[in-house]
Structures are given as structure tokens and as C-alpha cells.
Design a protein around this ligand. Structure first.
Ligand code: C2E
Ligand code: MG
Ligand code: MG
Length: 443
């Protein structure tokens, strides 16, 4: 029994005389991977492939240099090797692309892929700092109708792209129809390039409410895309595509300008302070002179810098803390505030947080959902509030939908909140009603 399975495994290996040929990582090359896959398919039995693409590798290369990038790839290679079973073959098939041929069905490969995600989540030491590394993984199992290495890799690649589109750092299994979905995404990506010049973007505004008195202190601007054929496309669908293609830079610039023009108009009309929060994508932080863009938008609109908050998701901030800190400090020098969005989801430790120049923590909706009553959510929110108090930061709870949640948050001393309970994100005309409520509730 053991002998038989060993024989099976050794048949998976490359020929004796063949060297594993990726010189950087010592892994198999793409050609070797295809050979191994073809041989395994010919022999019959279940065969699966994991297609693994390091998330935002370009940012590391750009901010840390190629030597650090290479080091990161070597660490990824080591971790992949540690995650697979004897007999599985790991290859580096492109710059930051890896693949694993698994001698097993989709369930077996899924378990391997899950181990990879967990193993990569541990920060990597790179020139006396720590880098968080994540990857998007696509999984495909060989089917009866197309048992070729090419088809298997293509399907795993398609699934990987969906993992990217769904927000990265996850595993997605191939399903029929993904090729069609990929074509649709490619179409959207193409269309996105003209979304700004053709005036197809809109901003909706969601109020931020002070829990002690119910007053609106300001708004978060949230982008929507009115596609000529598809109607209103939500940001979860197109922001990742725009990030991938780089279109997010122009979109982000437009969002800043538009949100600050609107904020300035409200301040003029009302004669009161209105804060404005704008989401920034990592590309804006690393690929453009975001400081110049913010200065331009502030100058053109006349919006006061100290009323602007720039939101960055926690996952982005912990990726390369040193590079991020430099950028955030430059932004803060303008007087604007920095918020850590979706806080609690991105593995940031206390030591990261102490380093980050931040002013606001936004508690992720997934914790608020479990209120009232959820023990771990309650404990976690209580400690975030306490942490924020110690560091002198504001706290905003995201996604408040019920009265029970609002009361629980107030009891936990959470200062501010956003959510459907108060208002959905709406076009400026409707959103400004939140300012009326604020005004009348004070009088
Ligand atoms: P986010 O910045 O965390 O924004 C909060 C999201 O939660 C918004 O989704 C909002 O509509 C939704 N939300 C607010 N209250 C509730 C609630 O009570 N219940 C539920 N279920 N949801 C609530 P939206 O507008 O679809 O935006 C999704 C994400 O897209 C944002 O998450 C942000 O990361 C990104 N995004 C939106 N606009 C921009 C932008 O202009 N630039 C960039 N880079 N990203 C953006
Ligand atoms: Mg946000
Ligand atoms: Mg959020």
C-alpha cells in the first residue's frame, strides 16, 4: 500500500536528470510544470492546479527596490514548498506568479490552497522591516472533457483573476461561465478608461453621525459608475478593476475634486463645518503624486484641509508600513486627517498602529453586525475604543443598521457612526437633508 503510493508519487516527479530551473527560487519552471501536469493527466486519476499570484507585488518592487522584491519571492517560494504534500510540484511561472500541481481532487487542492493563504499571511522580514504579503489563488480540477495541461492552467488562471476582482487575498475555485465573466470584466475595464472623460461617475454621500446627540458631523463620499448599458455599477465591482488597470488614479482625482467642491458648497450654504471623507486607493498612494492632487483639489475648491479625512483600508496600510508612513506624513503635513478603514480585518498589530500617522479608526461592519450581544465583537469593539482613546484617535463604527447596534455602540463609548440606520449613501441633493436634521435637532 505504502509502496504503491510512493511509486505513484515518484512518477509525479520530474525526470532524474532534469534540474528545477527557476534560478531565483529553485522551483520548477513553467515548461516543467506543463510537462509534469501533462504526464499526470495521461496517467489518469484526479489532478488539480493552484494558480497563485502575489497581491500588489508591484508596490513592493517600486517602493523597496528589486532586491527586496526578489527576497520576497524567495520567501513565498519557501512557504509554498512547506505547504504542499510530497509529490505535489511547485513552480514559478512568471514574475510574481506561482503554480502548484496537486495529485488530488479539488478538495485536496483546496486544503493546500488554504494552507498557503494562512502561511503567507505572516509578515515577511525584508531589509530590517516587515512586509505583509498576500496572494490571490485560483483552483481548477481536470475535467473529463478537456484533460490538457493548457486547459487546466487556463481555468486556474481565470479563477485567480476572479479572486483578484473579489478583493484579493482569497481562494476561488473555477466554475463554468468564468471565461464569459472574464470577458465581461475585460469589457468593463476597457469602458472604465473613458468613465471620467464621458462623465459617467457619480458620488453618493453618507452622513457620519455623532452618537451622543445624533448630529451629522460630515459625509463620506462613495463613488458609483453609471454605465451606459449596465446601469449603476457599485464600487465593489469596478474599483478593483480600476486598480488593476491603473484607471483608479484618474478616477480618484475626480472623486477628490468632486467631493471637495460639494463639501465647500455645503459649507458656504450652511455656514457650518461639514467634514468630508474620501477613500484613497493604494495606487493613488504609490503611483502618483497624491500630495499634489490633494493640494490641487483643496485649492480649487476652497475646502479647508482640516475638514478633509482620507480613508485607507487597513490591509493596504500594513503592507509596507515604512513606505506608507512617508506618504501619510506628507499628507498630514497639509492638515488633512487620515482614517484607517475597515479596521480589525487587516492583521495590524499594536506596534504597526503606533507607527502609522492616523487620526481615525473605522470599525469594520463585520464586527458591528454582531451587536448587540455578540461576545467577541463586543470585546473587540471595547478594546478598539480603548486603544483609540489611548492614542488620541476618533472612532467611527461602520454599517450601523439597527437601534440595538446604535445603543450598544453608544454604551461602548464609540463616538461616531455611519450606517443605513441614519442614512444610505445618496446623491448630494438628498444627502444634504442629513444637515437639516442636524440643524433642527439642535434648535
Ligand atoms: P468603505 O469605504 O468601507 O465604505 C462603506 C461601504 O459600506 C459603502 O459601500 C456603504 O454603502 C456601505 N454601507 C454603509 N452603511 C451600511 C450599512 O448600514 N449596511 C451595509 N450593509 N452597508 C453599509 P459602497 O459604497 O458599495 O463602497 C464599497 C467600498 O468601495 C468602500 O468601502 C470603499 O472601500 C470602496 N470605494 C467607494 N468609493 C470609493 C472611491 O471613491 N475610491 C476608492 N478608492 N474606493 C472607493
Ligand atoms: Mg471608506
Ligand atoms: Mg469600510
Amino acid at each position: 500500500m505504502l509502496a504503491a503510493s510512493l511509486a505513484h508519487l515518484s512518477a509525479w516527479r520530474l525526470n532524474e536528470d532534469q534540474e528545477l530551473s527557476d534560478s531565483l527560487t529553485g522551483l520548477a519552471s513553467r515548461t516543467q510544470l506543463e510537462e509534469v501536469t501533462s504526464r499526470a493527466l495521461e496517467r489518469g486519476g484526479p489532478v488539480s492546479v493552484l494558480f497563485i499570484d502575489v497581491d500588489d507585488f508591484k508596490d513592493v518592487n517600486d517602493s523597496r527596490g528589486h532586491a527586496a522584491g526578489d527576497e520576497l519571492l524567495r520567501v513565498v517560494a519557501q512557504r509554498l514548498r512547506a505547504c504542499v504534500r510530497p509529490g505535489d510540484v511547485v513552480a514559478r511561472i512568471g514574475g510574481d506568479e506561482f503554480a502548484v500541481v496537486v495529485a488530488g481532487d479539488a478538495d485536496v487542492a483546496h486544503a493546500v490552497g488554504e494552507r498557503v493563504l494562512v502561511s503567507l499571511a505572516m509578515p515577511v522580514p525584508v531589509d530590517d522591516g516587515l512586509l505583509a504579503v498576500h496572494a490571490s489563488i485560483g483552483l481548477a480540477e481536470a475535467t473529463e472533457d478537456d484533460r490538457t495541461a493548457g486547459a487546466l492552467l487556463r481555468n486556474a488562471d481565470l479563477a485567480m483573476h476572479l479572486a483578484k476582482a473579489q478583493g484579493k487575498n482569497r481562494l476561488v475555485g473555477y466554475a463554468d461561465g468564468m471565461a464569459e465573466a472574464a470577458r465581461r470584466r475585460a469589457g468593463l475595464q476597457q469602458d472604465l478608461l473613458t468613465a471620467v472623460p464621458e462623465d459617467q461617475l457619480e458620488l453618493h454621500y453618507q452622513p457620519t453621525v455623532r452618537l451622543s446627540d445624533g448630529r451629522t458631523t460630515g459625509f463620506e463620499a462613495l463613488v458609483r459608475w453609471r454605465h451606459p448599458e449596465r446601469g449603476l455599477v457599485p464600487p465593489a465591482e469596478f474599483v478593483p478593476l480600476a486598480e488593476e488597470s491603473g484607471a483608479i488614479v484618474a478616477i480618484g482625482r475626480w472623486v477628490l475634486r468632486t467631493a471637495l467642491d460639494q463639501g465647500a458648497a455645503w459649507i458656504r450654504e450652511r455656514g457650518t463645518e461639514v467634514r468630508m471623507a474620501v477613500n484613497l486607493s493604494p495606487r493613488q498612494l504609490f503611483d502618483t503624486d497624491v500630495v499634489a492632487d490633494v493640494v490641487d483639489a483643496l485649492t480649487a475648491s476652497g475646502f479647508p484641509a482640516e475638514l478633509l479625512t482620507l480613508e485607507l483600508t487597513e490591509g493596504v496600510l500594513v503592507r509596507d508600513v515604512d513606505a506608507v508612513v512617508t506618504q501619510l506624513e506628507a499628507l498630514r503635513a497639509l492638515g488633512v486627517r487620515i482614517a484607517i478603514d475597515d479596521f480589525g480585518t487587516g492583521f495590524s498589530s499594536l506596534s504597526y498602529l503606533r507607527k502609522l500617522p492616523a487620526d481615525v479608526l473605522k470599525i469594520d461592519r463585520s464586527f458591528v453586525t454582531d451587536l448587540p450581544g455578540g461576545r467577541s465583537a463586543t470585546t473587540l469593539i471595547a478594546s478598539i475604543v480603548e486603544l483609540a482613546r489611548t492614542l488620541g484617535l476618533d472612532v467611527v463604527a461602520e454599517g450601523v443598521e439597527t437601534d440595538g447596534q446604535r445603543t450598544a455602540l453608544r454604551d461602548l463609548n464609540c463616538g461616531l457612526a455611519q450606517g443605513f440606520l441614519f442614512a444610505r449613501p445618496q446623491p448630494a441633493g438628498e444627502a444634504s437633508a442629513a444637515l437639516d436634521v442636524a440643524a433642527s435637532s439642535v434648535s
